[in-house]
Design a binder for this molecule. Structure first.
Ligand code: PGA
Length: 252
């Protein structure tokens, strides 16, 4: 059985006040979700303690990034061991903003994934093509290569700690979403790449991200290879975020 996950990535947004109000609402509502969805909140690292306290165990918590080392003289960095120590279950790795703004490569993603799974945390590994790549007909090959390289260091016992998030770069924060059919086609392609890599592909959760909102979540989540969502902007609105969690069909 694949985990059904809706994860809210706050990016560099939020405050102590938002942590209290938003997480307070989500905590109160999460208990009434009857569709088996796991709700994850991924705030800026400095608010992890506040979110954990407010969530009272009703949601899981993740960190948006970790360094490629476990400790040492790397001012400003945090490690996956620290994320675990602080109470996180998830780590985002290779978000397109990390790739595009901070120059993260597939090789670096692979190093970080190895450290995250070694810490016993689950890596949500982000992949996705740019608009130019899609328009040139390269979307599938770009994503396939990101999956192969980014997950190249995962050993057979560690696949249970891997989630893949397909986030077309042109859909992030733009209001443009992939159609449910296009997203499903890419998810099916990712699952076949995972199979070729020897991974237990049917057991790995694949999330879609990129302008997911309450009004498009139901169509996306009803596709057979879409096991949840990675939500940016809409996760900063408590009601919208919970609505997205509710759109998960109970039967899938
Ligand atoms: P968005 O962001 O929902 O605001 O498009 C998604 C993401 O970057 O994870």
């Amino acid at each position: 059985m694949r985990r059904k996950i809706v994860a809210g990535n706050w990016k560099m947004n939020g405050s102590k006040d938002l942590s209290e109000k938003l997480v307070g609402y989500v905590q109160a509502e999460a208990g009434s979700l009857d569709n088996g969805v796991e709700v994850v909140i991924i705030p800026p690292a400095i608010y992890i303690r506040d979110v954990l306290k407010q969530a009272e165990g009703a949601v899981s918590v993740g960190v948006q990034n970790v360094g490629q080392w476990q400790s040492g003289a790397y001012t400003g960095e945090i490690s996956s061991e620290m994320a675990k120590d602080a109470g996180c279950d998830y780590v985002l790795v290779g978000h397109s903003e990390r790739r595009q703004i901070f120059g993260e490569t597939d090789e670096l993603v692979a190093e970080k994934v190895a450290l995250v799974v070694a810490s016993g945390l689950t890596a949500i590994v982000c992949v996705g093509e740019t608009l130019e790549e899609r328009e040139s007909g390269l979307a599938e090959s770009v994503v396939s290569s990101q999956v192969r390289l980014g997950l190249s260091a995962v050993s057979s016992g560690d696949w249970k700690n891997i989630v893949v998030a397909y986030e077309p770069v042109w859909a992030i924060g733009t209001g443009k979403t992939a159609t449910a059919e296009d997203a499903q086609a890419m998810h099916a392609s990712i699952r076949s790449v995972l199979k070729e890599m020897g991974a237990p592909a049917e057991e790995i959760s694949l999330l879609y991200g990129g302008s997911v909102k309450a009004d498009n979540a139901a169509a996306l989540f009803s596709e057979s290879d879409i096991d949840g969502g990675l939500i940016g902007g809409a996760s900063l609105d408590a009601k919208e975020f919970i609505s997205i969690c509710r759109y998960f069909p109970a039967s899938s």
